[in-house]
Design a protein around this ligand. Structure first.
Ligand code: NAD
Length: 535
């Protein structure tokens, strides 16, 4: 394992002011910048760390011409890449798996510095990338192999389904998971034989570029992955507007316009969007375990996680006891801007995020909600720190009832039956993730099936479903279209083609046989196929 990359010039204690400026090793940003397609004398954009608001590096900004150039280069490289065997491409991913684990310390530093999250939460990203590499490397041949299908007339018609790469996939990645979100959607696209043009978010660019460097080191041929940097509305949009397939992660608002543009070009799109995810704690739940899990599932990455829990639905019989555990744990959480293990929550990523959380809490407070924990910014720890916050008494007049906060804020609701809990969990326009806590697993499974969310975790908040890499992950309703992970997560990057070979005679009257007799024969054949159980 490599050593940590970045050393703060002063140590910082949690819950205390941290003036420590973080300094990247000399030459790192310049080296990473060489991977960006941008003009020779490109404008630059600053990378800052939310821990202190301090400057880390400058990276080049791409232009529309750069995006065109990236697509030309990717288009040229793609056929050679697609001609390599799946086994070769999969071996590259297993090498990436090892490289990510070997370089985890420097990746953790970069993730933390760019996003402001804790080391433990940054480590979830390392786990995620390794899991996705392993899964797709091991399963790609099965997911992508030609499949025999029953022909129109058994034996006489031989039918095979083939999967071809789409071509060049355009990926716009968000800022909240700088490692995971920048690379895990690319992995299956590459494995399926596509080239990729990616625009990582500017707030996640250093981590993304370092991970692409590891991908190069793992053996990705030159040209296959093109990287551009720039804002979403200009450069992100230009990337998606030229793609043969669109992979977008971000808000539902932006996702709608991305979907409109893709529809106009009749291009497929996978959209991973927002959520207003609920956790139901049933009357028979293990309350200590549920409270521990709620802390992790609400406040991971300071709530800037699409699958994080923003609504806690408690059965009234256990609500008070659960809250006693939960509120105490939340009040006890350690906040800090350290590149070290041990903190429970880090910073929000930007002033914009801080403003949104503050606005949601103030709006609810001014309309009568009670603050059970938190409820204020902590500028003495870092410019965008906000306390983990629990609200009760949230009503439909308050913005945080239905709008996604995407911050460290959860609202508590009490219900008197399981049916009421399901109804409340489904009372949202979103449908990304949900959680059910109960000691009766079959009851948990039954409740889960009634919740309109793409993933539901029983006795967990989000990791169980997210990290089940063989199973699809994504949103119902306003939370998105398409899925990542599993077969769906790689098949979406392929164009499926049916090749059917007809032998001996056509599926049409043959010369000399009257049409009526042929039709009778076909009816007999259909009946025989039904009786034979053919599908
Ligand atoms: P946002 O929609 O403003 O921006 C998200 C990303 O889209 C950014 O990288 C931005 O640069 C880019 N973008 C903006 N306009 C674009 C355009 N016209 N074309 C292409 N790209 C464009 O959202 P935000 O407030 O920055 O991010 C938070 C939102 O993202 C939340 O709603 C959250 O739930 C969602 N999100 C979802 C997932 C998921 O997997 N479902 C993961 C992370 C974030």
């Amino acid at each position: 394992m490599t050593e940590s990359l970045v050393v703060p010039t002063e140590s910082s204690a949690s819950q205390k002011p941290s003036p420590a400026p973080y300094v990247l090793p000399a030459g790192l940003a310049e080296r990473l910048a060489r991977r960006v397609v941008a003009p020779a004398r490109a404008q630059t954009q600053p990378c800052v760390t939310p821990f202190t608001g301090g400057h880390l590096a400058d990276l080049p900004v791409s232009t529309i011409d750069s995006v065109d150039h990236a697509y030309r280069a990717a288009g040229e490289a793609q056929p050679r890449w697609a001609a390599q065997s799946i086994a070769d491409r999969a071996r590259m991913l297993l090498r990436l798996h090892d490289l990510v684990l070997r370089h985890q310390d420097e990746l953790l530093d970069l993730i933390q510095l760019e996003s402001g999250k804790t080391r433990r939460q940054a480590f979830e990203e390392v786990l995620d990338v390794a899991g996705v590499c392993r899964h797709y490397a091991r399963k790609a041949s099965e997911y992508l192999r030609p499949r025999k299908r029953l022909g129109a007339i058994p034996v006489l018609t031989q039918t095979v389904e083939l999967r071809h790469p789409k071509g060049v996939v355009g990926v716009v990645a968000p800022w909240n998971y700088p490692l995971s979100m920048s690379i895990t959607d690319i992995i299956p696209a590459l494995l399926a034989g596509n080239a990729v043009v990616v625009r990582p978010d500017e707030k996640a660019a250093l981590t993304a570029l370092r991970s692409f460097e590891l991908l190069d080191q793992a053996g990705l041929p030159e040209g296959v992955l093109q990287v551009v940097l720039g804002d979403g509305p200009t450069i992100g949009k230009a990337v998606l507007d030229r793609a043969d397939y669109v992979m977008y992660t971000g808000s539902t608002r932006t996702g709608r316009s991305v979907a409109r543009d893709a529809a106009e070009r009749l291009i497929g799109a996978s959209l991973e969007l927002g959520g207003k995810n609920a956790m139901y704690v049933a009357a028979d739940a293990n309350l200590k375990a549920a409270a521990d899990c709620a802390v992790r599932s609400v406040f991971s990455s300071a709530g800037q996680l699409c699958v994080s829990i923003e609504r806690l639905v408690l059965h009234e019989e256990i609500a008070q006891e659960f809250l006693t555990h939960f509120v105490a744990k939340v009040r006890d959480m350690r906040l800090g801007p350290d590149l070290a293990w041990g903190n429970d929550m880090g910073s929000l990523i930007s002033q914009q995020q801080l403003d949104r959380v503050t606005a949601h809490v103030e709006d609810a407070r001014s309309k009568g909600a009670s603050v059970l924990a938190g409820g204020r910014a902590r500028p003495e720890i870092g410019p965008y720190f906000y306390e983990p916050t629990i609200l009760e008494g949230v009503t439909a007049t308050m913005a945080c009832r239905d709008e996604e906060t995407f911050g460290p804020l959860v609202s508590v609701y009490r219900v008197s039956t399981d049916d009421e809990a399901v109804e409340l969990a489904n009372d949202t326009s979103y449908g990304l993730n949900a959680s059910v806590f109960t000691q009766d697993v079959s009851r948990g499974r039954a409740l889960a099936a009634r919740i309109k969310a793409g993933t539901v975790n029983v006795n967990d908040g989000y990791i169980a479903a997210w990290a089940s890499n063989g199973a699809p992950m994504g949103g119902m309703r306003q939370s998105g279209v398409g899925r990542r992970h599993g077969a769906e997560g790689i098949h979406k990057y392929t164009e499926v083609q049916t090749v059917a070979v007809q032998h001996v005679m056509p599926i049409a009257p043959v010369k000399g046989v009257p049409e009526k007799a042929w039709a009778k024969g076909m009816v007999l054949a259909l009946k025989a196929m039904k009786a034979g159980g053919l599908s």
